[in-house]
Design a protein around this ligand. Structure first.
Ligand code: MN
Ligand code: MN
Length: 447
């Protein structure tokens, strides 16, 4: 192999060595904007608003669907029938959702709690005994929407799921399998402990309801028409002596969403019409009207460009990057990975030919032809990149939005940053992988 051709390939050198000193400085300042984005966009609704705010500052229009998915589209020089260049990322993350009837008083422990149902694939033991913030909306019967955030300001109270002390957990938890030790139904959040004064039942619950009514105009029945999400109350922070990494909640997939947003905002006069799509509900199978499977939104975006265009024809010639994260090789657990085909932090953006599980079931399996195109594009744009897969064969797996878009006849490849401790309350990424993802999406939009 000629050096010029091969040096950007997997594991020859890390992105830290491939980037120039100037690029590393840029990558670090790029990460500052990303950390602010993470802190401001902890739910899909907030992400839509923050994306719209950032775009507005650069005089770019954002089209919003259901308040939970968003799109930025920029007309290209070529006609629409030559296809779009689409980067699709998701803006939902695993969390604890409140149930419709969440509030109760536990008389034995003298506490008021919220019932939750976890959203997305979590390891339940990671979500107890950490500070949680509540984010979301409550919609009153008359349609009035109350936007709710509590637990993010340093002066705000936080919430938490309690766990049993080690002294007592031997029989109840310690001898059980790790995924059975903490039950989904026990992930309830402590929200208060002061009883109301008077002679009636459930005094703590009553006191909480009084407070909610006074401060937020919420009644108990209003929870029925609410979407409240308990998310880790941590702020995005630099991680490591060298500040090379970022520790934060919700980086799957907001790292790709932010990189795609910044990339499309930096595209000037593209050849093809370019589209950055930000969707909801990826973590629960892309179901619902703001998800990647709700393709009427995509169709309406194309129709808005040209009412007479053959939309299916446009879809057939379009090319897509499914901008989603991949699993980074995890220290002390390297046995879970087949290391020749696994991605690592700091080695650049990860290209995954397929996802799925057991015999590539449920995978988008990108064609060799399309991968050759993307590989060539990444090398030309001097983007550090690597290949990746989600663990050893038959050891697990997962999916992205790629398969839903490939069904529309488009070429789709998964390309995104590697993440350590994925789906945990504190995911870890590398600043160079974030910047490499941005450069990859920018190069694709320019192609
Ligand atoms: Mn994801
Ligand atoms: Mn995920």
């Amino acid at each position: 192999m000629k050096d010029g051709e091969s040096k950007y390939a997997y594991k020859k050198r890390t992105a830290w060595e491939l980037f120039s000193k100037q690029q590393l400085t840029t990558a670090f300042s790029f990460a500052e904007g990303y950390k602010k984005f993470l802190d401001a966009a902890k739910t899909e609704r907030e992400a839509v608003e923050v994306i719209a705010d950032i775009a507005k500052k650069q005089k770019k229009k954002v089209i919003i669907n259901q308040g939970k998915s968003a799109a930025i589209i920029i007309k290209g020089k070529k006609p629409l029938r030559d296809g779009l260049r689409i980067v699709i990322s998701h803006i939902d993350s695993p969390r604890l959702d409140l149930k419709q009837v969440p509030l109760y008083q536990d008389s034995e422990s003298h506490l008021a709690l919220f019932e939750t149902h976890y959203y997305g694939g979590i390891k339940k033991f990671q979500w107890v005994v950490i500070p949680l913030a509540l984010h979301g909306v409550i919609v009153k019967k008359d349609g009035k929407k109350i936007t709710f955030t509590l637990g993010e300001d340093d002066l705000d109270p936080v919430f938490s799921v309690p766990d049993l002390l080690p002294h007592l957990s031997h029989e109840i938890q310690d001898n059980k399998k790790i995924d059975e030790a903490i039950k989904g139904e026990s992930l309830d959040i402590v929200i208060g402990s002061v009883p109301a004064r008077g002679d009636f039942k459930e005094k703590i619950k009553v006191a909480i309801l009084e407070k909610l009514h006074e401060e937020y105009d919420i009644t108990e029945a209003d929870f029925i028409s609410a979407e409240l999400e308990a998310v880790p109350a941590f702020k995005a922070r630099d991680l490591g002596f060298d500040r090379s990494l970022i520790g934060a909640y919700g980086q799957d997939d907001r790292i790709c969403a932010y990189a795609a947003l910044e990339a499309i905002l930096d595209v000037k006069n593209p050849e093809h019409t370019v589209l950055a799509l930000f969707v909801d509900k990826e973590e629960i199978g892309s179901e619902g009207n703001a998800s990647a499977q709700a393709t009427s939104f995509l169709r309406s975006l194309i129709r808005d460009q040209d009412a007479n265009v053959d939309i299916d024809g446009v879809l057939l010639t379009s090319k897509v990057i499914s901008a989603d994260v991949s699993s980074a090789v995890t220290p002390n657990y390297t046995d879970a990975f087949e290391l020749k085909n696994a991605s690592s932090l700091g080695n650049g953006v990860v290209m995954s030919k397929y996802t799925g599980h057991g015999g590539k079931y449920s995978a988008n399996d990108a064609s060799a032809e399309y991968i050759a195109e993307i590989r060539s594009l990444l090398d030309k744009a001097k983007v550090p990149w690597q290949t990746g897969e989600l663990g050893k064969v038959d050891k697990g797996g997962g999916g992205t939005v790629a398969k839903y878009f490939s069904r529309l006849g488009m070429d789709v490849i998964d390309l995104g940053a590697p993440v350590l401790s994925m789906h945990s309350p504190y995911e870890v990424t590398s600043k160079v992988d974030l910047y490499a993802s941005y450069l990859a999406y920018l190069g694709f939009f320019k192609s």
